[in-house]
Design a protein around this ligand. Structure first.
Ligand code: ZN
Length: 367
């Protein structure tokens, strides 16, 4: 057993509360975030996606990224978030960050393509030959983040379908086959990061909400391959996207009830993923979709809207949590943000983290 495992074990024991008759009691409604947090201005241009780094010199940029990770973790700890992430401070974009280190992808040959079923255009790198992992990709980032906190640590990576949907492909010519190739790479990476002491590995699959039929034909199969033999908890995050205009326009046209989850959650219920992260705050997703997971999965309940510039009140957060409790027991609920907060002002993001924790505390007291 590695040292990191002993440390994790020790922390788990320390953090467990003990009730009156000396039995261990599981802390319920642990809070977490879906992934990204805003970057400081000295690291990257604030409040935009795909923001350029503010520093060109490589060594200084690496130092700045690490300093930003310290701040991201510190902000979460100060707010009281239970399962923290590195805030995705080290990557420019949630998909392209990992791709930069995979062989077979040409970053100099970017093509402007429509992604998420042509919802918006993006300059995407091109697959030009068999994709391969030549060595560890995120290990040093994770080792660094692990040393910064005693709390449970989550690490996020894009899921296979979302990767495939954010790339131009000149080699495979088959999205399912390409997804499986990436799933194998993600699996190697996930196993290594779990060994390094990550407690939760989350795959981000916003594309699941777009290609509903493909989720059951190959999307879940690819996810299952990605998590095979991974020793920590695994999660999938399926959302309605960051608060950018293209997404807001898309959401506005989705009708009175957003029924995308209805079509994909039955497939996720029978997957090998432990946790499912869903968007509820400020959305038109009916809470009963949680029932489609049949109590088999932990639910990361999105109780913070990432498209608004004002923090929710703790009571609003508590209300979302209570509604979700009608469909799954509180030991399976993890109050969370709807999506990443990278495009938000830092102050807004910090206030939202605080409200998330306060809201969870309100409901915890009622249990
Ligand atoms: Zn998201």
């Amino acid at each position: 057993m590695k040292l990191s495992h002993y440390v994790n074990l020790l922390m788990k024991i320390t953090f467990k509360a003990t009730n009156d008759i000396g039995q261990e009691e599981k802390i319920m409604l642990k809070t977490t975030i879906s992934g990204s947090l805003p970057k400081p201005f000295w690291l990257a241009e604030p409040e935009v996606l795909w923001a350029k780094w503010s520093i060109e010199e490589v060594t200084r940029l690496e130092e700045a990224k690490r300093d930003a990770v310290r701040l991201a973790i510190s902000d979460q700890e100060q707010a009281g978030i239970d399962i923290v992430s590195d805030g995705e401070q080290s990557r420019q974009h949630f998909v392209h960050g990992i791709l930069e280190k995979i062989e077979g992808i040409d970053f100099l040959n970017k093509q402007r393509i429509g992604i998420r079923n042509d919802r918006y255009k993006a300059d995407c790198p091109t697959v030009i030959s068999k994709v391969q992992r030549s060595g560890p990709i995120h290990l040093s980032e994770v080792n660094f983040a692990r040393r910064q906190t005693k709390r449970d640590l989550k690490f996020t990576m894009p899921g296979p379908m979302t990767i495939v949907d954010t790339l131009a492909d000149n080699h495979y010519g088959d999205r399912a086959e390409l997804a499986m190739a990436f799933a194998s790479i993600l699996n190697l990476e996930a196993k290594e990061l779990a060994e390094a002491g990550v407690n939760v590995i989350q795959f981000d699959e916003p594309a699941f909400n777009v290609y509903l039929d493909e989720v059951s034909t190959w999307g879940v199969e690819a996810l299952n391959l990605a998590v095979e033999g991974v020793s920590c908890k695994t999660a999938v995050h399926v959302c309605y996207g960051y608060g950018i205009k293209a997404n807001l326009d898309w959401k506005a046209g989705l009708g009175e009830i957003w029924d995308q989850y209805n079509k994909i959650l039955p497939a996720l219920a029978s997957s090998n993923i432990d946790q499912v992260s869903l968007e509820f705050a400020g959305s038109r997703v009916p809470f009963e979709v949680i029932g489609l997971l049949e109590g088999k999965k932990d639910v990361l309940v999105g109780a913070i809207d990432v498209t608004t510039l004002e923090a929710e009140t703790p009571d609003q957060v508590a209300d979302v949590i209570r509604k979700s409790m009608e469909y799954v027991s509180p030991d399976k609920i993890y109050p969370c943000t709807n999506c990443g907060m990278v495009p938000l002002p830092r102050e807004v993001s910090r206030d939202k983290l605080i409200s998330l924790v306060k809201g969870a505390m309100i409901v915890r007291k009622e249990l």
